[in-house]
Design a protein around this ligand. Structure first.
Ligand SMILES: C[S@@+](CC[C@H](N)C(=O)[O-])C[C@H]1O[C@@H](n2cnc3c(N)ncnc32)[C@H](O)[C@@H]1O
Length: 200
């Protein structure tokens, strides 16, 4: 399980095309969320960590969001993304470990969670919560999707439950929304929680 902390573990999966998590499209609930945002949100600083092939980043870019940062520590999906979006600013494509991002260097209005929490070693979940909070501006928000399923596996995706998330996140966030997503991709229908959490 330790090796999920290593970029190499994920890089090998991209190289082998063994990317079962990849929906090949922007996640429907996240698209719906993005679509209802006002024009004034388009210059907000947004982070998508563990973005992989980053369909959400691509969609935000297509919709005119100008300050979106993609982070992943596997180089393969970042290279693919930059080939698909040659006009996306290079300085917003960060190949780095999320846990090493410095809050002195990076501060965001919101962060988008999509199949990243379930990819990290479960022993790092409190670290994830803290790091998310430190990368957000005051009153910044963490929004996105979390699995509400215990997969019972020793490899990703590592599942979780609403009770666990409530306990972990309320240390650093006010929970505005944490409810079953009504418009998930058919393959994930009923198994995802839509979250919107405000940094305390
Ligand atoms: C399950 S995949 C999800 C990718 C994408 N969010 C999606 O839904 O298609 C998890 C991604 O997180 C990246 N990742 C895992 N741990 C990371 C870390 N500590 N720092 C940066 N990226 C990480 C992996 O390289 C991989 O691309």
């Amino acid at each position: 399980m330790e090796n999920v902390n290593q970029a190499e573990f994920w890089q090998q999966r991209y190289e082998a095309g063994s990317i079962q998590w990849d929906m090949g499209q922007v996640s429907p609930p996240l698209k719906a969320y993005i679509d209802q945002l006002p024009e004034s949100a388009k210059d907000q600083a947004i982070l998508v960590p563990g973005a992989g092939n980053a369909y959400e980043v691509g969609y935000l870019h297509e919709q005119g969001f100008t300050n979106v940062t993609l982070v992943d520590f596997a180089p393969a999906p970042i290279k693919d993304f930059s080939e698909r979006y040659p006009d996306f600013p290079d300085e917003h494509l960060i190949c780095a470990d999320f846990f090493n991002l410095s809050p002195e260097q990076y501060q965001f209005d919101w962060i988008l969670e999509q199949t990243f929490f379930c990819a990290i070693n479960p022993s790092r979940r409190n670290e994830y919560v803290k790091q998310m909070a430190t990368l957000l501006k005051p009153q910044g928000k963490l929004m996105g999707l979390l699995f509400n399923v215990d997969f019972g596996r020793q490899e990703p995706p590592f599942g979780g439950t609403r009770d666990e998330y409530q306990q972990r996140f309320e240390t650093h966030f006010d929970i505005e929304i944490m409810e079953t997503s009504y418009n998930s991709h058919p393959a994930r229908q009923g198994s995802e929680l839509f979250i919107k959490l405000l940094a305390k």
